[in-house]
Design a binder for this molecule. Structure first.
Ligand code: ATP
Ligand code: MG
Length: 275
């Protein structure tokens, strides 16, 4: 079991631009891999459209962040815990309403979020697809930003558009890239090469770090159909092994952050951004 540590949790956004490229599966399976390494992991489901991290954990949350905002429930009452010990905070429609919070509601939410600092080593924020302002705010408020792309041209273009806006308008300069659903490492490297060439050519001082690739794997799809994670259902599958390697690497490398690494900072930044 992981012991309580004094350091602040790493807050990592997982984003893509294009939808359906594997954000939620990467977050869920990396969370499992990291929790097996002894890390305490919390997942914030910030996808206001199709929140679905709970589905692949086969959980049915009763409440969401809206109940915390209304002071009906505490953060710990709203979070659901998986068999692995991973805590999930369902966003529901609550995240959409952050724009309309009064000062009291904001303070309440902030103090609830502060309690997460003692409960987590890593916090993943599963953002929705697209470049709506909500998605951008969440990404820019996190310490680290992992971008998922596939080799589809639309996915590459959308990943580039996401990084362009985040770097140009929000000052995010470091990104990590995971290339999902590829047939080979060479294919993934080509996606990385074309994205970094575009970044070098058109954007200033933006760093894109290659973090790894995940093969296209039908076993991952079978796991999803069973409301499950490939890591649990097919631990020896190619996708599970690849995600495990990426998570190991992530867990063992110090964060190269975009912010000062505090969760309160994260929430404050979200509030500032939406005002
Ligand atoms: N490595 C993979 N191999 C095969 N299929 C995959 C892989 N990764 C994801 N998929 C397929 O893509 C689907 C979408 O994945 P997921 O829900 O994780 O994407 P997402 O980016 O979170 O989508 P959204 O933008 O809707 O939130 C999965 O249900 C699965 O069928
Ligand atoms: Mg998703």
């Amino acid at each position: 079991m992981a012991s309580k540590k004094n350091s602040l949790p790493r807050v990592i956004a997982v984003t893509s631009g294009k939808g359906g490229v594997g954000k939620t599966n990467v977050v869920g399976n990396m969370a499992v891999a990291l929790s097996r390494m002894g890390k305490r992991v919390v997942i914030i489901d910030a996808d206001v459209g199709l929140a679905n991290i709970d589905i692949i954990f086969n959980l049915r949350p009763e409440y969401n962040i809206r109940h915390i905002i209304n002071s009906q429930k505490t953060l710990n009452q709203v979070m659901v815990t998986s068999d692995h010990g991973i805590k999930i905070l369902p966003g529901g429609s609550g995240f959409d309403e952050l724009t309309q919070l009064n000062e009291g509601e904001k303070l309440n939410l902030l103090s609830e979020f502060e309690s997460l600092c003692d409960q987590a080593d890593i916090i993943f924020v599963d953002t929705g697809a697209g470049i709506s302002s909500n998605v951008l705010y969440f990404n820019s408020a996190c310490d680290e930003c992992i971008v998922i792309a596939t080799r589809e041209p639309t996915s590459i273009t959308d990943a580039y558009a996401m990084m362009k806006i985040l770097s140009g308008e929000y000052g995010t300069k470091y990104f990590k890239l995971i290339v999902n659903m590829v047939d080979s490492a060479a294919q993934a490297k080509r996606v990385y090469a074309s994205l970094s060439a575009a970044l070098d050519k058109y954007l200033n001082n933006v760093v894109l770090e290659y973090t790894g690739h995940i093969p296209f794997d039908r076993q991952l799809q079978t796991a999803v159909q069973k409301r499950g994670l490939v890591m649990d259902n097919f631990p020896d599958s190619m996708a599970a092994k690849a995600i495990e390697d990426i998570a190991l690497n992530l867990g063992n490398t110090p964060a190269r952050t975009n912010s000062n690494g505090s969760l309160t900072f994260f929430m404050n930044k979200v509030f500032q951004a939406v005002n």
